[in-house]
Design a protein around this ligand. Sequence first.
Ligand code: C5P
Length: 388
Amino acid sequence: MNKNILLGVTGGIAIYKVVDVVSRLKKLDYNIKIIMTDSACEFVSPMTFETIGKCDVKNKMFHKNSHKIVEHIDLANWADLFLVAPASANIMAKINHGIADDLLTSTALAYTKPIMFCVSMNTNMLNNPSTQKNIEELKEKNHLIIDSNSGMLACDTKGDGRLKEPWEIVEEVENYFCKKDLKGKKVLITAGATVERIDPVRYITNDSSGKMGYSIAKKAFMRGADVTIISGKTSVDSPYGIENIKVQSAIDMKEQIESCVDDYDCLIMAAAVSDFKVKNRKDLKIKKQDGIHSLELEENPDILKSLNKKENQIFIGFAAETNNLIKNAEKKLNKKNLDYIVLNDVSKKDIGFNSEYNKVSIISKNQILELDKDTKLNIADKILDLIK
Ligand code: C5P
């Protein structure tokens, strides 16, 4: 069933970003109701939110319409999540001290679950000891504080206090609702393609957008795992909130993995690691007149094969194949000492590389699980079910 989000909007210039938040939440099929403070209505008309959210926008505690229901209690009971954005210093101070002098604060007082505050204000107001104390106390009361970003502010200064970007706020909402069945698990995920330099301006690489690895990382993080990504070249944004160690070559990736893999319960190698590197790579750009007609390549070490898997660790590899799919994947499963190998047929254009979709089979020593074509995010969930 779709979740109910009650959005409390306060007066702050970052309110324009919250219109985008509502649009994004609507597209994700959340049910939305909005309360605006009087100051919020000075910045943006309630009609803007009503139209974007296709939802009720409330402002007054006392109005001429029916009072057969006690509105602030009804709204508090309706909400699965109470999101306050932008969360001004004033609203946090009032809610922290139990002041209930308008519809938003009265509803907050009647709401029994954690409220998610998306902090937004001038840097000095944020750093003021009163605001800091309110934030700390709200945290102690189990409320959720979505810290601001640092950057350019409306008052023409640079510093903390910039409201998180709309996509980041939506990620926080999605994370809030996701079941945390991987809590306590430490997962290391590789993504993207390694890059093997020829000279400072040229390289050889593999085809990989990084989407599959990043989808697994995003879902593992949402499900409560402690996630680290090691990634090569990708064409998509790094997932929100996750440590992402960037590397170039297969050797760099190998060294990074070796330095930390023992600390993880699970390694998922979704990276397209280059099988070969360039022998005698040049430190200066090769000139046309140098007349180079061929590249000499040498084999890269196989990262998975070189690792010493500990007894309770789970290692999952990927196999991108064009022919003899199952046979080739099974060979890799054994050769690389894997618990599972995720096989995808990369000869098909509508799935695999660069696509949002994939069709994979998950192969282990004693079974082959063929999954239907699905989004990479849904496939990520199926892969992560293996390590629960
Ligand atoms: O390239 P190949 O098909 O052998 O890749 C299968 C799996 O092995 C993938 O999970 C990939 O990340 C990993 N691999 C590796 N070291 C390499 C090449 C691939 O760990 N040098």
